[in-house]
Design a protein around this ligand. Structure first.
Ligand SMILES: *Cc1c(COP(=O)(O)O)cnc(C)c1O
Length: 444
C-alpha cells in the first residue's frame, strides 16, 4: 500500500506522523438510533453478559473476598474531582464547564485496571461453557461450586493463553489461576517487569517477547491453536471481551442517579477513555451509547507514538494500517496503550458511534499524574492519565468548539458532565509510583 498517498489524502495523518498532538472528529458518526440498528451486537448481548457476571458473583466472592462488599460484582466508584477540574482550568486554560468526574476502574478489584471487566468476563464465560458442557454445573446452581476441588481438578487439564502489554495478562492470568487453568501470558516488550513478577507469583507462565504487542498476540495465537485443550483470548477480535467492558455502562446508570446527575437533551455527558487496541474503550462506548443514546459523547485518547485507532479510523483502513506504516515507533511510556495496529473489529463497530479522538504526548501524562495526586490524592498509572487530555483540551481546539456548536450543545455545557475514565493504577507498587512521580520527560 502507498502510505505516502494515503497521508496526502488525509492530512491529519501527516500531523499524526509528525508526533503532533491532534484532535480528530469522526465524520462517520451517525444518529445513535441508526448506529444501533446497524450494529452486529445488541443490548440483549450486554444484558446476557451482565447476567453471567451475576451468576458468577458467588464464585468471585469465594475466591476474592475483597469483592464481598459489592456482593461479588467487580465494580468501581464514580467520584467528583472538583480540585482537579480547577487545576486543569488554571494550569492549562481548559475552560471546562459543567462537572468533572473520575470513573475509577483504576481501582477495580482483582486486576486494578479496566481489564478486570473484559478479561475476567471472558475467562468466566469460557469456564461456564466448559462446565455446562461437561455436566459440572447447571445455570441454576450456585456457582461457588466451581471453587470446589473436583472442579479445580477438571480445569487443570485446560490452558488459557493471551497476548498482552501487561494489564490484560494480569486480569486473565489472575482469574484463570483462580479457576485452576494453566495460564500462559505472552508479553510484549513494553510490559513492565513488576507486572510479569506479579503474574509469576500467581503461578502464571510468562513468555517474554522483544517485539511489540501484535507479534506477541500472533505467537500466542499460533501456540494456542496447536493445543486442542487451549483457549486463546483474542484481544484483537473478541466479542466476548468487548461485551464484558460494555456492562460498565449499565452499572453507571445507578451511580449517576445516586449523584442526582441526569443525562438527557439538556445535560450532555462527555466521556474520555484511553485506547490501546480498542476493546476496552470500544466496549465501554458501545454500552454507553446503548444506554444513554445520543446524549453521550465518547472520545478516545491515545499516545502520540501509538495512536493506532485514530490512524485506522481516520484513514478508513482500520487494521490494514499500523502506526509504523506512517513512520511512528509505537513506543510509549503508556504501556497499556502501546499498540501499533488497532482491532479491525472494534474500529468497524465504532465508526457510527465514536465522537472523536485526542492524542497526547508521554511527557504530559506524568504532569496529569502529578496534578491528580496533588489535587485529589488519587494515583493513576501513566496510561490512565491519558483520559485527562479530553477534559483539559476539548475547548482548546477549534474543532472541539465546532463539535459543541454543531451538536447544539453551546448553551448546555454548563450542565454537562465530563467523565475521565481512569483505566488503571491501583496495583502499581510503591517504588514504581515514586519513580513515576519523579519522571519528567523532555518536552519535544
Ligand atoms: C488496556 C488498557 C487500556 C486500553 O484498552 P484496549 O482494550 O487495549 O484499548 C487503557 N488503559 C489501560 C491502563 C490499559 O491497561
Amino acid at each position: 500500500m502507498d502510505f505516502e498517498k494515503i497521508k496526502e489524502q488525509y492530512p491529519i495523518l501527516d500531523d499524526i506522523s509528525k508526533e503532533k498532538e491532534i484532535f480528530w472528529i469522526n465524520p462517520g458518526k451517525m444518529q445513535c438510533e441508526k448506529a444501533i440498528a446497524k450494529c452486529e451486537l445488541t443490548m440483549a448481548d450486554i444484558d446476557d453478559a451482565e447476567r453471567r457476571l451475576e451468576r458468577f458473583a458467588p464464585f468471585i466472592m469465594e475466591k476474592f473476598p475483597e469483592t464481598k462488599d459489592k456482593n461479588g460484582l467487580i465494580e468501581s466508584e464514580l467520584v467528583e474531582i472538583p480540585s482537579m477540574q480547577a487545576r486543569l482550568n488554571e494550569k492549562y486554560q481548559s475552560g471546562l464547564k459543567g462537572q468533572l468526574l473520575l470513573k475509577k476502574d483504576s481501582h477495580l478489584a482483582i486486576a486494578g485496571s479496566v481489564k478486570a471487566r473484559g478479561g475476567i468476563y471472558e475467562v468466566l464465560k469460557h469456564t461456564e461453557e466448559l462446565a455446562l458442557e461437561h455436566g459440572l454445573l447447571t445455570e441454576e446452581d450456585n456457582y461457588a461450586k466451581l471453587a470446589e476441588p473436583f472442579c479445580r481438578a477438571f480445569f487443570e487439564q485446560y490452558t488459557i493463553q493471551v497476548g498482552s502489554t501487561g494489564n490484560l495478562g494480569m486480569s486473565i492470568g489472575i482469574m484463570s489461576a483462580a479457576v485452576g487453568y494453566n495460564v500462559i501470558v505472552h508479553m510484549s516488550a513494553d510490559a513492565k517487569q513488576w507486572k510479569k513478577d506479579l503474574l509469576r507469583s500467581h503461578g502464571v507462565t510468562v513468555v517474554e517477547y522483544e517485539s511489540d504487542y501484535s507479534e506477541a498476540v500472533k505467537h500466542g495465537r499460533e501456540l494456542s491453536d496447536q493445543n486442542p485443550k487451549s483457549y486463546f483470548v483474542d484481544d484483537e477480535n473478541s466479542r466476548t471481551l468487548f461485551l464484558g467492558y460494555a456492562v460498565a455502562a449499565k452499572r453507571l446508570i445507578s451511580q449517576l442517579k445516586e449523584k442526582n446527575i441526569s443525562v438527557d437533551a439538556e445535560h450532555p455527558m462527555f466521556v474520555y477513555i484511553p485506547c490501546g487496541v480498542g476493546g476496552a474503550p470500544g466496549g465501554v462506548t458501545f454500552g454507553l451509547k446503548q444506554v444513554f443514546g445520543e446524549y453521550v459523547h465518547a472520545f478516545f485518547v491515545e499516545p502520540t507514538q501509538a495512536p493506532c485507532m485514530v490512524v485506522g479510523m481516520a484513514s478508513g483502513l482500520q487494521s490494514e494500517i499500523s502506526v509504523q506504516d506512517i513512520g511512528l515507533t509505537g513506543l510509549t511510556h503508556a504501556d497499556g496503550l502501546a499498540v501499533g495496529r488497532p482491532s479491525g473489529f472494534v474500529g468497524g463497530v465504532m465508526v457510527p458511534f465514536l465522537s472523536g479522538e485526542f492524542t497526547v504526548k508521554d511527557s504530559q501524562l506524568y504532569h496529569y499524574m502529578r496534578d491528580l495526586l496533588e489535587t485529589e490524592n488519587i494515583f493513576l498509572e501513566p496510561s490512565a492519565c491519558a483520559s485527562f487530555a479530553g477534559p483539559s483540551r476539548l475547548n482548546t481546539y477549534e474543532q472541539g468548539l465546532a463539535y459543541i456548536k454543531e451538536n447544539g450543545l453551546e448553551s448546555k455545557m454548563e450542565n454537562a458532565v465530563h467523565i475521565a475514565w481512569a483505566t488503571g493504577g491501583s496495583l502499581v507498587p510503591e517504588e514504581i509510583r515514586e519513580e513515576y512521580k519523579n519522571t519528567y520527560l523532555e518536552e519535544k
